[in-house]
Design a protein around this ligand. Structure first.
Ligand SMILES: [Zn+2]
Length: 327
């Protein structure tokens, strides 16, 4: 009896991958830049872009980070993915843009110089503000080619996030990719107007938003889970076999979450951390005056898991201090 051959041999790709003025032949990785706009000094500012064109036919994945210029963990995730992926073994292609908001990155700021949020400026326009023009160019040159998009983010304003996928979990392709990513939690999140996620979804891309860690920090658990998650999705999309053993984790699904707010101003001392599971009524922290005489507890409003929290102990009454996902 002959051996049954069930595996279908991958088809060799013959097409070059093109983004802006960059192009990569099959089996090659190209790193370059695409021009965006001029600084007031007349200096051109450009986006760093990497093209990984697989040797074989397959899907197109876009990875991007730094839409908020101070969210640097995603930049590091993309660096590590690019250092490990081998284009000669890839089926399909990856377009990676590690710093979309290059102006914010230069200034170590979430925003653009005019305080606009790039992630509220999509799909953009060629005639609008700097934010609108960057969004337009990014959509035209990069996102129109995306079948899948992983958009990498961190917390803002001294807040840190448990590694989590936020996505439209009612879309089955998105849901399966979110499960494959294998972050500790996945959160069904409504789309925000003007976000890249909204604009890319309208263009037909399947979008995962990864939120993990804190702005202006290289958060190691966030980076580790992010790199593993990207490779898990590549495997799920039949694009790549990763040599290292990846953790197999079924994400906890969260349909509803709420921020617990400070009941008074003062100094916050948290007694629980990211990923801790709590039952309704559990004390998560105490806010007190400087002597500790007058206190107010922060308590869980329902049984849940801590998916975000503030790192800044100086709080005003009403500040969001702990993000609790309902279990
Ligand atoms: Zn962000």
């Amino acid at each position: 009896m002959g051996r049954r051959v069930t595996a279908v041999k991958a088809k060799r790709s013959t097409s070059a991958l093109q983004v802006g003025q960059l192009h990569a032949l099959p089996g090659k990785i190209i790193k370059g830049e695409i021009d965006v706009a001029r600084l007031p000094t007349d200096t051109w500012v450009s986006l760093p872009v990497a093209l990984v064109n697989g040797k074989y036919d397959g899907r197109r994945l876009v990875l991007c980070a730094g839409i908020h210029g101070d969210e640097v963990s995603g930049v590091e995730i993309i660096r590590q993915v690019l250092s490990q992926v081998d284009a000669r073994k890839l089926r399909g292609s990856i377009v990676a843009v590690p710093i979309v908001n290059i102006f914010g990155f230069i200034q170590q700021s979430r925003y653009l110089p005019d305080r606009r949020d790039l992630n509220r400026s999509f799909p953009g326009s060629p005639e609008g503000s700097l934010a609108a023009r960057i969004a337009y160019l990014f959509m035209r040159d990069v996102i129109t080619q995306a079948e899948y998009l992983i958009d990498l983010h961190t917390g803002s304003d001294h807040r840190t996030n448990l590694p989590q996928i936020r996505a439209d979990l009612t879309d089955d392709d998105v849901r399966q990719a979110a499960i494959a990513f294998g972050a500790p939690v996945m959160v069904h999140a409504r789309i925000r107007d003007g976000s890249l996620r909204e604009a890319a979804t309208r263009r037909g891309a399947k979008v995962l938003l990864y939120e993990a860690g804190e702005a202006l920090r290289l958060d190691q658990p966030a980076i580790r889970d992010g790199v593993a998650g990207v490779f898990q999705v590549l495997k799920h999309l039949d694009m790549y076999e990763y040599e290292k053993k990846l953790p197999e984790r079924q994400p906890i699904e969260i349909a509803k979450s709420t921020w617990l707010r400070a009941g008074r101003g003062g100094l916050l001392r948290l007694s629980k951390g990211l990923g801790d599971q709590v039952v309704k009524g559990t004390q998560i922290g105490i806010i007190s005056d400087v002597f500790g005489d007058s206190k107010r507890s922060v308590r869980a409003k329902f049984d849940g898991i801590i998916i975000g929290l503030t790192r800044n102990p100086l709080v005003n009454r009403g500040d969001a201090v702990v993000h609790l996902g309902q279990l």
